[in-house]
Design a protein around this ligand. Structure first.
Ligand SMILES: Nc1ncnc2c1ncn2[C@@H]1O[C@H](COP(=O)(O)OP(=O)(O)OP(=O)(O)O)[C@@H](O)[C@H]1O
Ligand SMILES: [Mg+2]
Length: 235
């Protein structure tokens, strides 16, 4: 089943035409990774989906519903979680307050209760009363992800979560992605760190200068890896 479908997106910053006819689908229950060099348009793609930089053309469909042009808070309420580049937690608020602000209640057993969040992020329970800014970079990244989960997303979009993390934390992030998928969350992951992404993803998308230049299963990407990396990715 297709959870998210992006069709012929055209996104601009002023007169600058950044996304040109971007189309792809994100299957439910899988991890899809979006790769591309600096400035390829990865962040703009997530911002276009989330309604933060609304596209001027094309459509975004989530669970067969047209969400193009909807406000970001409406899109959040429909079940898309977004972890922006550079984390952007509230530094002056405590860990618990950061999470409470992001809660969106849903019915059912799969809901991200505080207890369930603690089983995935035990460190946040230990740091519950500490301010966001006092956490380490890795802990802030975990808080940013936990905050998105508190909104009970069906689709979780993460923008370069491995950026700035030590290799050990990148490995923790990998196993977290796999656990989240097993826990029923569909993931759209933006990465420059192809190595980490390829270890966990089912589908690969490659963006080159605002256009999709590859879309397919991870195994197919692997077969063409040398060529695709040379042309479209940083090594
Ligand atoms: N707010 C903005 N105003 C004008 N141009 C922008 C803005 N944000 C991004 N751009 C331009 O849009 C293009 C795509 O940028 P985007 O941030 O989406 O790339 P990216 O793939 O996320 O890159 P990175 O890997 O560096 O995060 C780039 O040419 C960038 O300079
Ligand atoms: Mg970016």
């Amino acid at each position: 089943m297709t959870l998210l479908a992006v069709d012929a997106l055209q996104t601009f910053y002023g007169k600058s035409h950044v996304l040109r006819d971007v189309s792809f689908t994100v299957p439910a229950g899988e991890i899809t990774v979006l790769l591309g060099r600096n400035g390829a348009g990865k962040t703009t793609t997530l911002r276009s989906i989330m309604g933060l930089t609304p596209p001027r053309g094309g459509a975004v469909r989530f669970k067969d519903r047209d969400i193009t042009g909807h406000a970001p808070h409406e899109i959040f309420h429909l079940g898309i979680g977004y972890v922006p580049e550079g984390r952007q937690i509230f530094p002056h608020l405590e860990v618990g307050e950061n999470l409470r602000l992001a809660e969106r209640r849903v019915d059912g057993d799969s809901s991200w209760t505080r207890e369930r969040i603690f089983t995935y992020f035990p460190v946040l329970q230990e740091r519950w009363r500490q301010r966001g800014r006092s956490l380490s970079g890795g802990e802030q990244q975990m808080l940013a992800i936990a905050r998105a989960l508190a909104g009970n997303p069906e689709l979780l979009m993460l923008d370069e979560p491995s950026q700035g993390l030590a290799p050990r934390l990148v490995r923790e992030l990998e196993s977290l992605m796999i656990r989240l998928k097993a826990g029923g969350v569909t993931i759209l992951l933006v990465e420059q760190n192809a190595r980490m992404a390829l270890g966990v993803c089912d589908q690969v998308l490659v963006l080159g200068k605002g256009a999709v230049v590859f879309a397919g299963p991870t195994a197919e990407f692997r077969r063409r890896e040398a060529e695709l990396k040379g042309r479209y990715l940083s090594v």
